[in-house]
Design a protein around this ligand. Structure first.
Ligand code: ZN
Length: 656
């Protein structure tokens, strides 16, 4: 294990459709000892929650992981045996996804080893190494888990979004048990009070179950409730962190999070979110809790995630320029004046350096985060928006020289544009999306925030992306010093449209449709602009040597289309026009052009790249003085992917 970060060691592992890379924690030494201790305690709180997500993603995930780990650790056969190698890949994928379904596509993994092989390996192990329940036999365990692993008809999708089906009953995620979609909707409909101006996020922190006698009730995730054993440990580390908080406000943040974890009271969760938004002066910051709802087909229940980070002072300057001009952007937006915020409040933004990723942010992570999600808190207190600078940097380093742009970009001219401005405009688009996009606009009075139902997430992501794309091409960007010239935005436009029309399809299987809301949103924007600009030849798809390329003829006209679509998407959101949302998403965002999909997959395959990336965390290690006090904290690199996963399983396993 070395302390230095070696650039050539950035790629850690490569299997299936995944690549694991390292990220570097620069400037850690500029933190004070107290801040370093804070980072350490928060890191432990972050890593402690790992098992929660495995269980949320599927009720058998933890047992399957433990079973496979037992085989992996104790294996004594030939390492180059095909079946063993296949089992290794399967386990690595389970680690990556926190479960047996693909982290992005949600489809269940197909093991490339046989049930017989696994059964043989299990039989070689002493029973105390197996994850057996009290009184359970090996045969009973096998009978329960094997169909889940091997039968493609059992729990085929983690999150099912297909229109017209019972989304609750057909999704394998563990947020509901024994209830139908209609029962869930009824249960929460009854709780909702439409006159409440500060509604809690109903159902956010619980599993909804139907008892044998037909009663439907919530199992709340809290100390003393479901996941109580894990949450107790998280609270322990939060208490340690509280003692070394940087200031009074940050102490309040940690205290209110502890109160929420102890009670499960969603009102207290909102209190915590408000305190968290107000904490702007601390150098160290964190996320720890039930946060995003993408893993629930109904978008209510939140998966557990955590992130520990500190502010990158230099890069934050860029986002501060954007934030301090928030009102200008709102006023000049191409949307109907009725949907604009007269006063944009508290749009804060910063670039951060990640120290630890955990839960639903590990190993695959977002590069930008905007929280809290509660609409009324955003309206009343604003939101905090971050770009994770060292993660985007790691992505960029890993993709250099991959040959991707050379294969898919139309000509040297566009390639040069992307090479010159690509990284800068990518970061800027993320900033605009997070700092301004999500925070802009408003709902008309009495419009239900959930009116767009299953289409809400795609529409919301499209709104934020369009806002970013629209302003990227504005002369204000050059004026504010955010872009060097009027050409730079073209790199982003080209890359965005190429991705939305073609290259993002490398992430899904042949024959599949788009399910994930970010992917849907990108195709929605690209396809809508493509089709609406067809008559005036704004952009075309050109064939050359049997390959399809995107050619943008008129960037300014494309910007007008972006503005037009932004106005419509904002109208849909502001008025809660469910029918228009459904129509837009179903027409442009779901179905895949099969011919282009096949072609893109073929070309991509030849590049031998991994469509998904994830990250191995550094180790955050306290150094103790003779008196038992922490005298320093070190950041160490060099851990292998399986090494890290097995260590986490050993040190942070609190659920059966
Ligand atoms: Zn977003």
């Amino acid at each position: 294990m070395t302390r230095a970060f070696k650039k050539k060691e950035i790629v850690v592992d490569r299997f299936a459709d995944l690549q694991l890379i390292r990220y570097e924690v620069k400037h850690f030494d500029t933190l004070s000892l107290q801040q370093k201790k804070l980072v350490y305690y928060l890191s432990e709180a972050a890593l402690t929650g790992r098992d929660i997500l495995f269980d949320q993603n599927g009720r058998y995930n933890l047992r399957i992981r433990k079973l496979l780990e037992a085989v992996y650790i104790n294996y004594s056969g030939r390492r180059n045996l095909k079946s063993y190698k296949a089992l290794t890949v399967y386990l690595k994928r389970v680690w990556f996804s926190s479960g047996i379904h693909h982290h992005y596509g949600c489809e269940k993994f197909v093991p490339r080893f046989s049930p017989e092989f696994l059964r043989e390996e299990i039989n070689k192990l002493p029973t105390d190494k197996l994850p057996l329940r009290e009184g359970e036999t090996v045969g009973e365990m096998v009978a329960e888990l094997f169909p889940v692993i091997f039968d493609s008809n059992v729990m085929p999708k983690r999150v099912n979004q297909s229109e017209g089906e019972d989304l609750v009953a057909t999704s394998a995620c563990n947020y509901y048990q024994g209830v139908t979609q209609a029962e869930v909707e009824q249960f929460y409909e009854r709780q909702k009070d439409v006159t409440d101006e500060t509604p809690v996020s109903y159902g956010l922190n619980s599993r909804l179950v139907k008892d044998d006698d037909g009663t439907i009730r919530e199992e709340v995730w809290k100390v003393g409730g479901r996941y109580g054993k894990v949450i107790e440990r998280i609270v322990y580390w939060l208490h340690q962190a509280e003692a070394v908080a940087e200031n009074e406000q940050q102490r309040r943040v940690i205290e209110s999070l502890i109160s929420f974890y102890e009670t499960g009271d969603l009102k207290l969760f909102d209190d915590y979110a408000v305190e968290w938004v107000k904490d702007l002066d601390s150098r160290v910051d964190f996320i720890n809790g039930f946060t995003e709802t993408y893993g629930d087909p109904l978008g209510m229940k939140a998966s557990w995630e955590a992130l520990v980070n500190f502010k990158d002072m230099e890069a934050t300057h860029r986002t501060e320029v954007i934030s301090s001009n928030a009102q200008w952007f709102e006023d000049h937006s191409p949307i109907d004046n009725r949907f604009k915020k007269p006063l944009v409040k508290g749009v804060s933004a910063k670039v951060i350096t990640a120290v630890v990723l955990a839960g639903d942010l590990y190993p695959a992570t977002a590069i930008g985060i905007n929280l809290p999600n509660s609409n009324w808190i955003r309206a009343a207190y604003g939101s905090k928006s971050v770009t994770i600078g060292n993660i985007t940097e790691a992505y960029s380093l890993a993709s250099q020289g991959s040959g991707f742009d050379e294969e898919f970009v139309y000509s040297k001219k566009e390639q040069k544009l992307i090479k010159r401005y690509g990284h800068l405009t990518d970061d800027l688009h993320t900033d605009l999306h997070e700092c301004l996009g999500h925070g802009s606009g408003r709902l008309l009075p009495e419009v239900d925030a959930d009116a767009l139902k299953a289409y809400g997430a795609t529409i919301e992501e499209a709104r934020a992306d369009l806002f970013g794309l629209y302003y990227m091409a504005d002369s204000k960007m050059v004026e504010l010093g955010l872009l060097p010239d009027g050409e730079a935005y073209k790199a982003q436009y080209y890359h965005y449209m190429m991705n939305g029309l073609m290259t993002q399809l490398v992430r899904i299987q042949p024959g599949a449709m788009l399910e994930e809301s970010h992917m849907r949103n990108r195709q929605l924007i690209a396809r809508w602009c493509y089709e609406h600009g067809q008559n005036s030849r704004v952009m075309t798809l050109e064939k050359r040597g049997g390959k399809t390329y995107l050619l943008i003829h008129d960037y300014e006209a494309l910007r007008s289309l972006v503005g037009e679509l932004l106005a419509e998407v904002q109208r849909i959101k502001s008025t809660g026009d469910y029918e228009a949302a459904r129509c837009l998403v179903e027409t442009y965002a779901v179905k895949v052009d099969k011919r282009i999909h096949r072609e893109v997959l073929r070309r991509y395959k030849r590049l031998n790249l991994a469509p998904y990336k994830g990250f191995v965390n550094p180790l955050i290690v306290p150094v103790y003085a003779a008196n038992g006090e922490i005298r320093d904290v070190h950041v160490l690199y060099g851990e292998a992917y399986d090494e890290q996963m097995l260590r986490y399983s050993r040190d942070y396993s609190f659920l059966d």
